[in-house]
Design a protein around this ligand. Structure first.
Ligand code: G3P
Ligand code: CA
Length: 306
């Protein structure tokens, strides 16, 4: 069994606000094998690295542009030019109800001066760090809400592939996985847009995880990204692997579950390192998304695997 990859989920987001360049630098220094980028587009079509299609949970947009919300109260990135988004300050994620932090123990919301990054800038950052450190960290971009972007006249997947190709990510041997929850779009990326890079089909809890569904995925993708809860069965005495990982492996798919958080432990976990070790050594995942790269790298490097 090969050692699993550690994928820095939105960077070292357990320690610094998600998707900031500072968070990516820290994750790289902590030894992440891949750095994740959730990707959306601005009104003028610039690819930016943010998890939500709206700006309000992680920026000061409501203070800086108070009259730019839609009727639902959200400030959508697609209603702003990139220059306007660059003027925003990024902070730790809000919990959505009382404006407090989603994870109270994380980077203090009132501190720091952080900015939204473009995908182009982030790729340059990773490649520059790879050059200066001699490490070969990969990137793990996600096409976020492609249908939403199509509705607004932006072909997000096509734009991403153009930039990725220009940045040297054009074949299956490159250190990149391109991920998406939208199966129709990911199939299009392979079959219509002709991508040769490795693709990962993300699976929500409600998606079909059957062998026949995975067999269809294996016709266009190289792996799956399920919730880690779908890779286990909870029993009276603890947890055991479900069939999902071995079914995927039999079909030639790698398995990269999300998202392991020290400050969001499931009730069956006795400790964060033991949770990680169970998935790496007992479930046999090929990689995992985590907000705590340093802890996952430590657990991974102590495993008695090849
Ligand atoms: O992309 C895999 C992982 O990041 C889980 O999804 O919602 O955090 O983008 P999300
Ligand atoms: Ca993601």
């Amino acid at each position: 069994m090969a050692k699993p990859s550690v994928i820095a989920h939105r960077g070292a987001s357990g320690y610094l606000p998600e998707h900031t360049q500072e968070s990516k630098v820290l994750a790289h220094a902590m030894g992440a094998d891949f750095l994740e980028q959730d990707v959306i587009a601005s009104r003028d079509g610039v690819l930016i690295v943010l998890h939500d299609i709206y700006l309000d949970a992680v920026t000061d947009v409501a203070l800086r542009y108070p009259n730019r919300a839609r009727d639902d109260g959200h400030f959508y990135a697609i209603d702003f030019d990139y220059a306007e988004i660059q003027a925003l300050s990024v902070h730790e994620r809000s919990n959505g109800s009382n404006d407090g932090p989603l994870f109270p123990g994380r980077f203090p919301r009132e501190l720091g001066q952080f900015k939204v990054a473009s995908l182009e800038a982030e790729i340059e950052l990773v490649q520059g760090l790879n050059s200066t450190t001699g490490r070969g960290a990969g990137i793990y971009p996600e096409i976020k809400d492609p249908a939403w972007h199509h509705q607004h006249g932006i072909d997000l997947a096509r734009s991403m592939l153009t930039l990725l190709q220009a940045s040297g990510y054009s074949s299956a041997s490159e250190q990149i996985f391109l991920q998406c929850f939208d199966a129709t779009e990911l199939r299009r990326v392979r079959n219509e847009l002709g991508a040769s890079i490795q693709l990962v089909q993300l699976l929500g809890r409600e998606d079909d995880h059957s062998e026949s569904a995975l067999r269809k995925i294996s016709t266009y993708a190289d792996g799956i990204g399920p919730s880690y809860f779908d890779l286990i069965e909870v029993t009276n005495t603890g947890i055991k692997p479900s069939a999902l990982c071995s079914i995927a492996h039999d079909l030639g798919l790698v398995v990269h579950p999300y998202t392991f958080r020290r400050d969001q432990l499931p009730p069956f976990a006795t400790s964060f390192p033991e949770l990680l070790q169970f998935f790496m050594a007992e479930v046999g995942v090929d990689g995992l998304f985590t907000d705590f790269t340093d802890i996952a790298v430590g657990v991974r490097d102590r495993l008695n695997l090849d």
